[in-house]
Design a protein around this ligand. Structure first.
Ligand code: GCB
Length: 611
């Protein structure tokens, strides 16, 4: 066992020789490296391996490798690349939607950006922070390797204080989005494998000892005590740190230990609790002798009791929708505040109080905008379908991605559920893998709920639908995906379904849906028409309402999204058409069916709140 733990520690270190990314980047002094970066498409990884296929960056004195960003200095020198002459890609942004020839590209691309940055104080420290890059990223500054990061959807940063020059710094980033069997996610997904530096890149300047991380949340089970921790990074680890909530005149003063860490607790009275009806955020400041950060944080409680989900102590029905991290209008990965406002704005229009961010951690703007708009959020680890359950490296990778997601978003009131996985096939190895992940998540954050999108099975009665996945024992909310009427019969089958779900837990439906090409019309039995999809929604909602523990749903999905698995000509053309909103932003008929259902549920909830 001990050996296994050491192995896992070594492996998770491998996945992140970037240190744990610092929290609250928007609250710090940053200099954006977004914009145009020169790029080289390198399918053979010529810029990385020499002709004997040895990695150039493993050589202590490398003479070749694109990361050196060389220029010819005398005529004897032979160079076969020149970043200065290369075209550019926009960062943030996936490469697939920026150049036709990259639409299907899976492999390595080198990015290079030149920048000048002057520190504002001599002993300050400087980091480079990436919101995310998909999937494997090697980062170099001025020819020196900063590290490698694995995982396409989580932030990472590297300290660059000692490598930074007064001017003309060259940052070179090798991004490789080749799919791999042992990776998380694995080879097979129903979404586009967008490559590139898909999120913001910032230079971040902090004091020599800085506030690297903090958790400030209501203590589990309490609405009168805010508790959490603060963590400093730097040489002056033992300091007095103040956590203040000026609006309610509350302060805690604590002393960090020799590791720079301290826990705290503040009693609070008459806190205005965050909820979709009242998305109240308080300004919080954390001040040490050397650093100060500010952030707006909301406070709410979330728990389950029997078959109910209690938000601030009252039973809530989660009116949700699934969302992929794509801007349907522009095509390609979503990344900005504006993208988040558009997607979550549509969810609001549907009368949602909740969204499922599928199938991987979305960019940080989503949870921040959800905090402001009052939308509850499910965040998901990219453990999807059939990953290698028995491979310790795969486990370490999944655990690292989950850790980074929780680290980033643990102060968001909107986030109420950490999801471990989507539609994974039942086996002992799978259940052990997910159970360990769930225990890990609870260890990092006991204030939120754990779930996973499970599958539904049949029995000898053709109309019975059974939920019996053994992982359901370990979750707080049982969620499952079902496609009666699409992959399973015609919509009229919904009228005959019996549910066999024996858990004394809240039950939610994490997916159902049908494909429809926006603008294609016909009768309700003609697949791909808006009428078929509309009829499926009309029959599914009463079918689900028969489940006694039914406490919410997230139909699949808000918008059509790109998927290389969807090849039906003139209908799919590389898009999964289960969106309630089409590729051009136009709503399909089913949108309004769900909107009406949610309006009714919202009215019922307002009655609950009055009690
Ligand atoms: C599912 C998956 C989702 C797919 C969807 C579909 O069950 O969880 O990733 O995109 O079905 O459209 O088939």
């Amino acid at each position: 066992m001990k050996k296994l733990i050491i192995l896992l520690m070594v492996m998770s270190a491998m996945y992140s020789n970037a240190q744990q990314a610092m929290t609250n980047i928007p609250g710090r002094k940053t200099f954006s490296l977004n914009g145009k970066w020169n790029y080289i498409i390198d399918p053979y990884e010529t810029g990385y391996y020499d002709y004997r296929y040895q990695p150039a960056d493993q050589n202590p004195n490398p003479t070749s490798g694109f990361f050196l960003d060389q220029h010819q200095t005398d005529k004897s020198q032979m160079l076969e690349y020149d970043f200065d002459k290369c075209p550019t890609l926009m960062v943030p942004g996936d490469w697939n939607s920026q150049d036709d020839k990259l639409l299907y590209y899976e492999g390595t691309i080198w990015y290079r950006k030149l920048f000048t940055y002057k520190k504002s104080a001599a002993d300050n420290r400087v980091f480079i922070h990436f919101g995310a890059a998909n999937y494997e990223t090697d980062v170099y500054l001025n020819g020196k390797k900063l590290g490698k990061h694995i995982g396409g959807f989580t932030p990472f940063d590297y300290e660059i204080t000692s490598l930074l020059k007064d001017e003309n710094n060259s940052i070179v980033v090798k991004v490789d989005n080749k799919r791999k069997r042992e990776a998380v996610p694995t080879l097979n997904t129903d979404w586009w494998n967008y490559g590139g530096i898909t999120r913001d890149v910032d230079v971040v300047e902090v004091p020599a000892t800085f506030i690297a991380d903090y958790k400030i949340q209501l203590k589990k089970g309490s609405s009168a005590e805010i508790s959490g921790m603060v963590k400093l990074d730097g040489s002056q680890k033992s300091q007095s740190v103040k956590i203040e909530i000026p609006e309610i005149k509350q302060t805690a003063t604590i002393n960090t230990n020799e590791n720079g860490e301290a826990n705290f607790s503040i009693s609070v009275k008459n806190l205005s609790l965050w909820s979709p009806e009242n998305p109240k955020l308080y300004e919080i400041t954390v001040t040490s002798a050397t650093d100060k950060v500010t952030e707006r944080i909301g406070f709410r409680t979330i728990e389950t009791k029997g078959t109910d989900i209690l938000l601030n102590g009252k039973s809530v029905f989660l009116r949700g929708i699934c969302i992929h991290e794509e801007n349907a209008m522009r095509g390609g990965r979503a990344y900005s505040r504006e993208d988040a406002q558009m997607l979550l704005g549509w969810a609001k229009e549907l009368n949602c109080n909740y969204v499922r961010l599928a199938h991987y951690p979305h960019n940080e703007n989503m949870a921040r905008v959800a905090d402001e708009l009052g939308i509850l959020v499910w965040e998901e680890n990219p453990v999807y379908w059939t990953i290698l359950w028995d491979n310790p490296e795969t486990y370490a990778n999944a655990q690292q991605q989950l850790t980074d997601e929780i680290t980033r978003d643990k102060n968001r009131a909107s986030v109420i559920i950490w999801s471990m996985a989507n539609e994974t096939p039942v086996s002992e190895a799978r259940t052990n893998f997910l159970r360990k992940l769930a225990e890990h998540a609870r260890g990092l954050d006991d204030t939120r709920l754990i779930s996973a999108a499970l599958e539904v099975h049949g029995n000898s009665n053709p109309n019975d639908k059974v939920v019996e996945d053994p992982f359901a024992e370990y979750v707080d909310i049982v969620n499952f995906n079902e496609y009666v009427g699409w992959y399973d019969g015609l919509p009229e089958k919904c009228d005959r379904i019996n549910w066999v779900i024996k858990y004394n837990k809240p039950v939610m439906i994490s997916e159902f849906g049908a494909g429809a090409l926006q603008g294609l019309h016909g009768d309700i039995l003609t697949r791909w028409t808006e009428e078929y999809q509309e009829d499926l929604y009309k029959r599914t909602l009463p079918m689900l309402s028969k489940i006694p523990q039914f406490r919410g749903l997230t139909p699949w999905i808000l918008c059509d999204f790109r998927s290389p698995k969807r090849m039906l000509t003139n209908i799919q053309d590389g898009w999964n058409r289960k969106g309630l909103i089409g590729q051009n932003g136009t709503k399909k008929k089913a949108f309004y069916v769900l909107q009406d259902f949610y309006k009714q549920k919202e009215l019922e909830y307002k009655q609950v709140l009055k009690k």
